[in-house]
Design a protein around this ligand. Structure first.
Ligand SMILES: *Cc1c(COP(=O)(O)O)cnc(C)c1O
Length: 396
């Protein structure tokens, strides 16, 4: 197929040219005496993306799932109880991992399309006077349903119950795209991955860990080896790694963090919000519904969109790919066949969003879904026009 293909899955996301070029270098010496001059500032700068001052960053060769495992095995012992809500495929998989690692999970099932029920968490934490719950798990952005949850509300629930449990956040599809405040929310372990907001190829689990966790890690009896925080911390202290590090991904990470800082994190978040609003305006104009049931759950990185009864979203996504080279996300698990997803995160601008929306309109038209052709693209254009960043508006 000639021309540029459209990658609008919620990860892997588009990798900026500057990041790709940063990897086009000869292989490096992993024990070179000058490597720490590169790695030590890199670890410090990653921390800023998590908005952490006192935490410690870990980079494991893995994907986000490896980050989940590192978070759990370094902090908990088999039989420990954790509190978690299930409202999509990713929150489901993290809970499944807890069970497979021998943890006891107090699962709060929530309809898919809603987020973490902070009030239910508050009640469970208050009732747990013996402090049997050792950790509370929050999927900050549920990528399967396009739902963002309120981590600060869960922190308040813990504080109000004066509960000492750890607070863990999965920020794989939020960190570096949606505001995340490790320090303010006193998150104990935040997990991310390279291939979403960080705009890198897959291959890194990126974590930030509180001093509280590091101080207590020795008492965690879960078996761990490759993902051991202590081994990693010991080598990282001098800027090295306990096993061969993926230095090319580190070079890419350096470039992506430079891009994020040059734009400014707050501008990055504002851009994601504005582009996401454009997508949501389009969905509304098409007469379709988001899987996220209320505006407070709307995700600025991914929109899961319900097709009307009688249409198969798997076929829809296949058609878009085969006919137009447009990659959209499929519906996962419970919502398979019913929703398709537009990933709108990372290296993204208005014209790219309009490309995705046009592709969706073409596909809606081909598949015979009733809607007014051009309505979504027009609604997004109006939104982008009226919300132009100030300096553009002035120049016009
Ligand atoms: C992508 C993702 C993960 C991790 O997936 P990997 O494929 O292991 O990188 C975890 N949680 C959420 C919310 C995600 O979006």
């Amino acid at each position: 197929m000639p021309g540029i293909r459209g990658l609008f899955i919620p990860g892997p996301t588009n990798v900026p040219d500057r990041v790709r070029r940063a990897m086009d270098i000869p292989m490096e010496d992993q024990r070179a005496p000058d490597l720490p001059q590169f790695t030590l500032p890199l670890l410090e700068d990653v921390k800023k993306v998590f908005k952490s001052r006192t935490g410690q960053v870990f980079l494991f060769p893995a994907s986000g799932t490896g980050g989940w495992e590192a978070a759990l095995t370094n902090t908990l012992s088999p039989g420990d109880k954790v509190l978690a809500a299930r409202f999509g495929q990713f929150s489901h998989l993290w809970i499944d991992m807890c069970i497979r690692l021998g943890l006891e999970v107090d699962v709060v099932d929530v309809p898919w399309g809603e987020g973490v029920p902070a009030d239910v968490f508050a009640a469970r934490l208050k009732a747990d006077r013996a402090h049997k719950i050792k950790a509370v798990l929050v999927t900050h952005n549920e990528t399967a349903t396009g739902v963002t949850s309120d981590v600060a509300a869960v922190r308040r629930a813990l504080d109000e119950a004066q509960h000492p449990a750890f607070l863990f956040a999965d920020g794989v599809s939020s960190i570096a795209s949606i505001d995340f405040r490790m320090e303010d929310w006193r998150v104990d372990v935040a997990v991310s991955g390279s291939q979403k907001g960080f705009m890198l190829p897959p291959g890194l689990a990126i974590l930030c860990v509180s001093q509280k966790v590091l101080a207590q890690a020795e008492s965690a009896k879960s078996r761990r080896c490759y993902f051991d925080f202590a081994d990693m911390a010991r080598a990282n202290k001098d800027g090295y790694f306990p096993y061969t590090p993926p230095t090319h991904l580190f070079r890419a990470l350096r470039a992506s963090i430079d891009l994020l800082f040059e734009e400014g994190l707050d501008h990055v978040f504002a851009r994601h919000h504005r582009l996401a609003q454009g997508v949501r305006k389009a969905v509304e104009a098409w007469g379709l519904k988001l899987c996220a049931t209320e505006p407070r759950w709307h995700s600025d990185t991914v929109s899961a969109i319900c097709l009307p009864e009688g249409f198969d979203s798997n076929e829809f996504v296949r058609h878009a790919y085969r006919t137009y080279g447009l990659s959209l996300g499929v519906g996962l698990s419970k919502v398979a066949g019913r929703v398709f997803r537009i990933g709108h995160l990372g290296d993204l601008n208005e014209l790219m969003v309009l490309q995705a929306l046009s592709g969706v309109e073409l596909t809606l038209r081909d598949q015979g879904v009733p809607f007014s052709v051009g309505s979504g693209v027009a609604a997004a254009i109006e939104h982008f026009h009226h919300t132009r960043p100030a300096q553009l508006a002035k120049a016009a």
